[in-house]
Write a protein that binds this ligand. Structure first.
Ligand code: PLP
Length: 409
């Protein structure tokens, strides 16, 4: 690797310097964006390897290009490991990222115009769950379920009524901003009642499922699970579709040639490495620590006067209502924390009256901080720093002192 770095430094110093800056930023700050993580050095090795030179359209044993002796081994191992780690019948590791992964499922299992019941964007759903600005929102008929305005949890009574009224072909659960584990049995029961396919987009919590730290949707009879590989799973940027065997041919055809061309074999090798790690006992410990840290941070934030959506967390993230807690919007909160090297991200809250670029809250997560070895006691410190900064937005001396303290920490 050092040899490659020296070449880059010599031949393209602009990019080299920006890369070095980002390395330092990632080291000195505390990363609390729930969808980010630090991947393994072994994964960085596969990503920066000669595998990026290779075209491998097709699947192992059925390729459209020659020279697949080694790429076939890599992809087959990645798929086998994915099936073991997630306890499922079929795995496709080719999606280039989370968005094309979800698109492939919709396009493979449904017809344009079909109805999909998914979580409302402001209640925690993802853009790829049919937001009007996404092409999928134009191609399919997405209808919404929401969370209960009182306790903030998914409102299953309303969800069931909506399902019966609209007869969706697919019920999709999964979130990008929701601090609770999902009741897959309830989703499955309602889906069976209306004859819908069940899918969960585990992009955020795929790593926690792999670690056996939260529920596994396949234990409840789910048909399809999608997950990114770069969030709680700690792998390279990519996506995986995991499903029952009966859906395998349609899913594989939808990914290639339906939606994509050549898979990124350097990423797929990184996914294979990641899944080997995910099967080890240390990864189970990691998953549990992510949850313990999340609980500790949420508990302490509440003690310090913060108001959290649903009043807490049982996964890796929490959603902080900064308007209610500190009288500032999420954009300002994100900037104040950025100034002291704590990275979070602004977040719309359920039925938020404020616009997405100036929403009422922020999203905070523990996967990356846990990778760096932080424990519950560190979360107590972190909550103290964060609330002090958010309670005193004008105090420049406090900000400078806190930044120094965090960077040395
Ligand atoms: C992150 C995420 C995605 C999209 O992943 P990209 O890799 O950014 O395309 C899809 N669904 C959910 C729920 C996510 O959180």
């Amino acid at each position: 690797m050092q040899e490659y770095r020296d070449l880059l430094q010599k031949n393209d110093p602009d990019i080299f310097n920006a890369l070095s800056g980002e390395e330092i930023r990632q080291k000195v700050g505390i990363e609390l964006i729930p969808s980010e993580n630090y991947t393994y050095p072994e994964v960085l090795c596969t990503l920066g390897s000669v595998l990026t030179n290779k075209y491998s359209e097709g699947y192992p044993g059925r390729r459209y290009y020659g020279g697949q002796e080694f790429t076939d081994i890599i992809e087959s191992i990645a798929c086998e490991r994915a099936k073991q780690v997630f306890r499922c019948e079929h795995a496709n590791v080719q999606p280039l990222s989370g968005s094309p992964m979800n698109q492939a499922v919709y396009l493979g299992l449904l017809e344009p115009g079909d109805t999909i019941l998914a979580m409302d964007l402001s209640h925690g759903g993802h853009l790829t769950h049919g937001a009007p600005v996404s092409f999928m929102g134009k191609l399919f008929n997405f209808i919404r379920y929401k969370t209960d305005p009182v306790d903030g949890a998914i409102d299953f009574d309303e969800l069931r009524k909506t399902a019966i009224a609209h007869k969706p072909k697919m019920i999709l659960c999964g979130y990008t901003s929701y601090p609770r584990d999902l009741d897959y049995a309830k989703f499955k029961e309602i889906a069976d009642e209306v004859g819908a396919i069940t899918m969960t987009d585990a992009s955020h919590y795929g790593g926690l499922i792999a670690a056996d730290a939260i529920r596994n949707p396949f234990d409840f009879g789910f048909d399809v699970v999608t997950t990114t590989s770069h969030k709680s799973l700690r792998g390279p940027r990519g996506g995986m579709i995991l499903c029952k065997k009966e859906f395998a041919p349609k899913i594989d055809k939808a990914v290639f040639p339906g939606l994509q061309g050549g898979p990124h074999m350097n990423t797929i090798a990184g996914i294979a490495v990641t899944l080997k790690k995910a099967a080890e006992p240390e990864f189970h410990e990691y998953g549990l620590q992510v949850l313990n840290n999340s609980k500790a941070l949420a508990g302490e934030l509440i003690k310090c006067g913060a108001s959290l959506v649903t009043g807490g967390t049982d996964n890796h993230m929490m959603v902080l209502d900064t308007e209610k807690s500190f009288g500032i919007n999420g954009k300002i909160a994100e900037e104040l924390l950025d100034e002291v090297s704590i990275t979070t991200n602004k977040q719309i809250l359920p039925d938020d009256p404020n616009p997405p670029l100036r929403p009422s809250g922020i999203r905070i997560g523990t996967p990356a901080a846990t990778t760096r070895g932080m424990k519950e006691a560190d979360m107590i410190l972190l909550a103290g720093w964060m609330t002090k900064i958010l309670q005193n937005p004008e105090d420049k001396v406090l900000a400078a002192d806190t930044k120094a303290e965090i960077e040395s920490f």
